[in-house]
Write a protein that binds this ligand. Sequence first.
Ligand code: ZN
Length: 132
Amino acid sequence: MIKSMILSSILGYSGNVKQEITGVLYHEMTHIWQWNGNGRAPGGLIEGIADYVRLKAGYAPSHWVKPGQGYRWDQGYDVTARFLDYCNSLKNGFVAQLNMKMRNGYSDSYFVDLLGKNVDQLWKDYKAKYNN
Ligand SMILES: [Zn+2]
């Protein structure tokens, strides 16, 4: 998996290859330690958390969506990573706490537990903040 990701990065990416490979490794390493709600968490959230870690490590590539872009909070990858970054700005440590709650299961209500708002409201607030 990691090997094929690196290869596709090298073949398909004309920017800073070392930067891109490091970013891909952050993403893939996150999958090794993150919880997935015993398989019940949305796939887009899993991918979004992996890209969130990549973002916070300083390896968000320039082709990613900008903050506020995207159609759904659980669209995955960069879209969800930007949204999680917004959520974490409301409460530092949010993403780590969300991951911990996903150890044994998953519910959208985890957002309410941690931030006091449901995830659809948070998405609306996020879009409004960036006029999207
Ligand atoms: Zn992934």
